[in-house]
Ligand binder design. Structure first.
Ligand code: Z5A
Length: 203
């Protein structure tokens, strides 16, 4: 990998998507080539998986984990690895740590088990820096209120999101060099300033 890979993580409504756009724009203003991706999605297969995995039909935790892993493997092969090989920066709105927090921790599959399932599809392609936007799930759901469509996982409510938040704290404890918790309370610009300080201070 010659490019730089940054992923943004957090519970639903933590502000990841907004901050990913702001980060990508800030990096472009500094003269970098930037590819911005989101998970699940970013390839035709990934978008098809997104429809299934966030759709209304119930599925087992392992089926869910394998679907996210499949979408991620395709995104790595088609988009992330080629971009990094070309020296481009990649900003990802969710990556492996979402599966570790949601499926590994919150669904109880085990962080190491889910990491192992994802490993063949990811290979050496791991973020250099992962920023977890840390916010109380209740505050995140207030931000989401009134937004309209609710997906199957979001529909499970704040109890699942609380387990996910604990999962992210565990992931940060396991990978302290790569994963950084950034407080997500405050205005968009305040959070963006914290994100940029974390990027500058750790890359
Ligand atoms: N999932 C999984 O289980 N396993 C995996 O491996 C992967 C994903 C990859 C993806 O849903 C779902 O899949 C997600 C995890 C699971 N489900 N849940 N729950 P998605 O892609 O549709 O949604 P999301 O990734 O969770 O993102 P989101 O709902 O779009 O939220 P967000 O990106 O965290 O936040 P946002 O869209 O930037 O902001 C939310 C709102 O808050 C919006 O109106 C903003 O304008 C507002 N906002 C943002 N920042 C602020 C601040 N600072 N102040 C005030 N208001 C703010």
């Amino acid at each position: 990998m010659t490019g730089t890979f940054i992923s943004l993580e957090g519970v639903d409504g933590s502000g990841k998507s907004t901050q990913a756009v702001m980060l990508a724009d800030a990096l472009r203003e500094r003269g970098h080539q930037v590819v911005h991706v989101r998970e699940p999605g970013g390839t035709p297969l990934g978008e098809a998986v997104r429809e299934v995995v966030l759709g209304p039909d119930a599925m087992s935790p392992w089926a869910e984990a394998f679907l996210f892993a499949a979408a991620r493997a395709q995104l790595v092969a088609d988009v992330v690895a080629p971009a990094l090989a070309a020296g481009t920066w990649v900003v990802a709105d969710r990556f492996l740590d979402s599966s570790l927090a949601y499926q590994g921790a919150a669904r109880g599959l085990g962080i190491e088990n889910v990491a192992a399932v994802n490993a063949p599809g990811i290979g050496e392609v791991m973020p250099h820096l992962t920023i977890v936007l840390d916010i109380a799930p209740g505050a995140a759901s207030d931000r989401r209120a009134g937004r309209g469509s609710v997906d199957r996982i979001e529909d499970e409510g704040d109890a699942l999101q609380e387990s996910v938040a604990q999962g992210y704290r565990e992931v940060a404890r396991l990978y302290p060099d790569r994963v950084h918790l950034v407080p997500a309370a405050g205005s968009l610009d305040e959070v963006h300033a914290r994100v940029m300080a974390t990027v500058v201070g750790n890359l």
